[in-house]
Design a protein around this ligand. Structure first.
Ligand code: CU
Length: 177
């Protein structure tokens, strides 16, 4: 008969990290499956599919550090709107054609230009909680639940970078003139 263990202890044991491997970018939900009696775990990260075999020979690898907004100059069109959404429609192309999906970690638009004194609003059109914060921590909308709107007024001209507190790899730029 197996030893009975308190639920708390069982939870702690279940949460123990056994192995980790950085796949370089945000991954999709993992899937576990079995082929010929061997168990595999697979996930999609960026444009790569990773599959790991239980008791495989690949050594552990540290997670790649999330790129900072400062390392990546902003490129692409600049919108002229004070209304930003927290999720955007994205497109990918694969073996089965072009697919559209909601990218919960991409602001739409992610670059915008507004006159000084404008109140910029973020609408959470995603399904997760997003908190919009200045990259330097100087302001925050507070946590936005699904459907919530948060705002900040920009009085001084300049370039402002913001991130999502929960998903700091999601960021955007506001140019105040
Ligand atoms: Cu977020």
């Amino acid at each position: 008969m197996e030893e009975a263990i308190p639920i708390r202890t069982a939870e702690r044991r279940a949460r123990q990290l056994l192995w980790h491997f950085g796949v370089g970018s945000a991954g999709g939900p993992p899937a576990s499956f079995e082929i010929d009696g061997e168990q595999y775990v697979a996930t999609v990260a960026g444009s790569n599919v990773w599959a790991f075999k239980l008791h495989g020979a690949l050594p552990q690898a540290p997670a790649a550090s999330a790129p900072s907004a400062r390392d990546q100059p902003f490129v692409g069109p600049i919108a002229t709107t004070a209304q930003i959404e927290t999720a955007s429609l994205a497109k990918d192309r694969g073996f089965t054609g072009t697919h559209y999906f909601t990218d919960e970690y991409a602001f739409a638009p992610y670059r915008t230009r507004v006159p000084a004194g404008t109140q910029v609003m973020w609408r959470n059109n995603g399904r997760m909680v997003h908190t919009i914060v200045a990259e330097d921590g100087s302001w925050s909308t507070g946590p936005l639940n699904e459907g919530d709107v948060g705002a900040t007024t920009f009085t001084k001209p300049g370039t402002y970078i913001y991130i999502c507190k929960e998903h700091p790899w999601a960021y955007g730029e506001i140019i105040v003139e």
